[in-house]
Design a protein around this ligand. Structure first.
Ligand code: HEM
Length: 211
């Protein structure tokens, strides 16, 4: 038995909606804050920070989900999951763009001098920024034509960058949380576990097949 590609493909539009909805929800909430009341939620005392946090959280969670889907699709039963991996990965990029845009536009209103200084001075921002920059080649090379042009082997090698992106992003989160660091540590642990799984997947498969 195997999860069928047809079912996964049929679920695609629903997954698309589920992934885009949080951005619409938080976007409307933010507009609400400035007077027009659609939902009537409260973003708290610091709506810009809240918006940034929500987008950042979504991005990190989706990066981790991409890694999980990637590892699962190596197992025969879940092979069809590889059909939705790219969509989830691109949504991770979409959310980090929103996260970064919130920082540039709403938090610092295009004050490039300040932003440049901030990226250099505060280590948590430096890690976030590197992580964002490394995600760009992954998003760009997800276009079908480019995958063919590069060849699957090179494409795969470039996409191993996602593990570095994930580690830097969780480090970014770890450094910026001041009080309770449990959540970033859980993310970091899951990423390391998935990295270990990926690195040793052939050996693990061999082990399970022979014991
Ligand atoms: C792949 C890249 C990135 C990911 C996955 C990411 C993820 C996150 C996460 C999970 C948080 C914490 C949310 C919370 O406290 O609940 C956060 C906060 C933050 N991020 Fe990022 N981030 C990334 C890149 C960046 C970049 C490029 C910048 C700016 C240059 C940035 C600036 C910030 C700031 C300023 C906060 C703190 C917001 C606050 O004051 O609460 N991040 N990010």
């Amino acid at each position: 038995m195997r999860l069928s590609s047809k079912v996964v493909n049929q679920l695609k539009p629903i997954i698309f909606l589920l992934l885009i909805l949080p951005s619409i929800y938080w976007g409307i909430n933010f507009i609400d804050y400035w007077g027009i009341n659609f939902i009537g939620q409260n973003l708290g005392a610091n709506p810009i920070d809240r918006l940034m946090d929500e987008f950042g959280q979504m991005s990190l969670r989706l990066i981790i989900l991409t890694l999980l889907v990637s590892s699962l699709s190596e197992i025969n039963f879940f092979r069809a999951l590889s059909n939705i991996r790219r969509m989830i990965g691109l949504f991770a990029f979409y959310y980090v763009c929103l996260h970064f845009l919130t920082y540039i536009v709403l938090d610092h209103f295009f004050n490039w001098q300040f932003i440049l200084k901030d990226v250099i001075k505060r280590p948590f921002i430096t890690f976030g920024f590197i992580s964002f920059v490394l995600l760009i080649p992954l998003a760009v090379t997800s276009i079908n034509v480019l995958v063919k042009k590069l060849g699957f082997k090179i494409w795969k090698r470039i996409h191993m960058l996602i593990y570095i992106v994930a580690l830097l992003a969780s480090l970014h989160y770890f450094l910026l949380t001041k009080a309770d660091k449990t959540e970033p540590l859980i993310y970091l642990f899951i990423i390391l576990l998935l990295l270990f799984w990926r690195l040793y997947s052939r050996r693990l498969k061999f082990f399970f097949n022979h014991h």
